[in-house]
Design a protein around this ligand. Structure first.
Ligand code: HEC
Ligand code: HEC
Length: 345
């Protein structure tokens, strides 16, 4: 394999998922060669008029950092009591979700919201259900703190006691473990978790056989009803904020105790107009990420679709319409990310 002057290289591994890797040594807070999250969102000719764009087949990540991040992702020593890793709640063999309504945290509590998938997370414009975090690095800090009982700094200090981890960090960053290096490696690994080539992507690129006729009807309905006004772009969501309950009071109908996450963006801004406003979630691989919604209230795709139609569009759908929309949602299921060279998944 040829390594050009800019230090980026194309690694091809079984079933090539198209992750473009770059190896280099640099301080953990400085940008690195090849450290480009994704190419710009340029519609290909065949998809000019579509609200949904295919995922890029190639994303660039820094291979050394990402491989270190893959290992860290499985490391229980990151949690205060050594009981859980990122993979406990985001198991990579299960689309990075644990399937629970809310997940137990270190210290005996429950997470404030349902655990979302990390596949294609790099294509979201903000992170977490309410979109509070601006970067993946920030989100890593929040994850370690809230779910695992300590910040990245103390977690890195624990790793620094282990000569093997020290050597791995020195190899990649030229320094022993620090909070910033830990955040950088985990963020970089997550940038590699992309799932291109779902049937819808292939169809959008011109393969007319990639969708069943039912799925094509479902996609037409998804656009016609207005689902695509919120779930759109290359991640079929993840690029805007919207209120949960545009046409009806979802929270009154749901009942039950209020969750902190119910507040939506209000939690951060304390502006009344941000109450119940969420980042619109990506629907990629949604077939495999039940239960749904920030509170895990919708157990099945059928439930989620009916709740959406009623609360966001003021529509009651027929069983046939629900079946078509769910068939369409299944066309967003793609093969898992390829095994990462040198580490998980
Ligand atoms: C106890 C379970 C649990 C553990 C452990 C955990 N997470 Fe999460 N993760 C969650 C939950 C719940 C959310 C949603 C939080 C919210 O929106 O309030 C989340 C959200 C995220 C997000 C945002 C996804 C998006 O679409 O915006 C990222 C990224 C993430 N976690 C990465 C990690 C990493 C990296 C680790 C390990 C350092 C980790 N998580 C450990 C439960 C967990
Ligand atoms: C006005 C914007 C808007 C419209 C229109 C809309 N959605 Fe949503 N959708 C959201 C938001 C916001 C959420 C997250 C709400 C929450 O978690 O409380 C969501 C969540 C979902 C989820 C759950 C995703 C997950 O991972 O938990 C599904 C499935 C979904 N929508 C499908 C649809 C379908 C199908 C339609 C059309 C019938 C639709 N949506 C219309 C904004 C919208």
């Amino acid at each position: 394999m040829a390594v050009k002057g800019n230090q980026t290289m194309q690694l091809t591994f079984a079933g090539a998922s198209g992750v473009l890797l770059a190896a280099c040594l640099a301080g953990c807070t400085s940008p690195v060669a090849g450290d480009v999250a994704a190419p710009p969102d340029v519609p290909v000719a065949a998809t000019m008029d579509e609200p949904i764009l295919p995922l890029p087949e190639v994303v660039r990540v820094n291979s050394a950092r990402a491989a270190l991040g893959a290992r860290l992702f499985e490391e229980r020593a990151l949690s205060k009591d050594g009981s859980m890793s990122c993979a406990t709640c985001h198991p990579l063999g299960r689309t990075a979700v644990d399937g629970l309504v809310r997940s137990p945290t270190v210290g005996g509590g429950l997470t404030g919201a349902n655990t979302p998938t990390l596949f294609n997370v790099v294509f979201n414009f903000r992170f977490s259900w309410t979109g509070q975090q601006r970067t993946l690095e920030e989100q890593v800090e929040v994850a370690i703190t809230r779910a695992m009982g300590q910040g990245a700094g103390p977690a890195a200090a624990t790793l620094a006691l282990d000569p093997v981890w020290r050597a791995r960090f020195v190899d990649v960053f030229g320094e022993p473990p620090t909070g910033a290096c830990l955040r950088a490696a985990l963020a970089e690994f997550q940038r590699s978790l992309v799932t291109p080539n779902a049937p819808l992507d292939r169809w959008l690129r011109g393969d007319a056989t990639a969708l069943t006729s039912e799925q094509q009807e479902g996609y037409a309905l998804f656009k016609e009803l207005g689902c695509a006004s919120c779930h759109q772009g290359r991640n079929v969501g993840g690029n805007m904020f919207q209120r949960m309950g545009v046409m009806a009071d979802y929270f009154a109908a749901r009942g039950g105790p209020a969750l902190p996450a119910d507040l939506g963006r209000y939690e951060e801004t304390h502006q009344e107009e941000d109450r119940h406003v969420f980042r619109v979630p990506s629907l990629r691989n949604v077939e495999k990420t039940a239960p749904y919604l920030h509170d895990g209230y919708a157990a099945t795709m059928d439930d989620a679709v009916r709740i959406m139609a009623a609360n966001q569009l003021g529509r009651t759908l027929s069983d046939r319409q629900v079946a078509l929309l769910v068939a369409f949602l299944r066309s967003l299921t793609a093969p898992d990310p390829q095994p990462f060279p040198g580490g998980a998944p």
